[in-house]
Design a protein around this ligand. Sequence first.
Ligand code: 1GP
Length: 259
Amino acid sequence: MLSEKIFKGQIGGKSMNLIDELLQRNKKLHFSLIDPDKQSPEKAGDIAHSCAEFGTNAIMVGGSTVLNRKLVHDTIETIKEKVEVPIILFPNSSESISENVEHILFMMLLNSKDSRYLGKEQAKGALLVKKWNIKPISTGYIVINTSKKLTTIEQRVKLDIIHRDNIEKAVNYALYAEMSDFSCVYFDAGSGAEKPISNEMIKAIRTNINIPIIVGGGIRDEDTAKEKIDAGADIIVNGTVVEDNLRKIEEIIKKIRMN
Ligand code: 1GP
């Protein structure tokens, strides 16, 4: 029965989203994040090409500061010319939704104290997603504070702070996401975080929920990435390494694929 539904691209009466599909084919995934604000669209295309050659499973496009729909559009267009892997928009607001993308992390920032990120931006963006036929991946997005030096997202959005060692609070948010029927959770320490989310926190989340867990923020080397995978993460996101040390992505991908 289950296999019949999977065959039809359905689970529990719902269409499978891209992440479910990719996880059927690969046990663990790697996504490369490209911020349109950090380089020209041409350079973004070259970076995406290298990441795809190294075996990344998808290119995520987005960043906390980008507010220019045209720049997002041009960056995606150039990346599309250079790679075959799926491209997923990682929007910071409805302003950064672009017509030419196939998939979007349709996220709610669950520990935001600002109603803008708990429904208002999503409501503004929903019509664009429908009109432009973009496939939403409903994502419970949770930001964890791991370091004294605040990341850009922590500076820009008022958050119900979850400290690195407050495992119970992180698990509560993860359970809330699963019970609210989000298709996955994304636990993010924020781009360039001094420390990533702890292995203990990931283990506790994995013990309590079954939906896919995306982990990002502050992961800079293959050993750290593998620890997060072994703790229970399904998907590792790298952004800063993609910008600063591109070749490292190859080592990270190799290692997370090891059993
Ligand atoms: C940020 O999780 C992503 O939203 C990526 O973080 O830039 O630290 O890899 P890094």
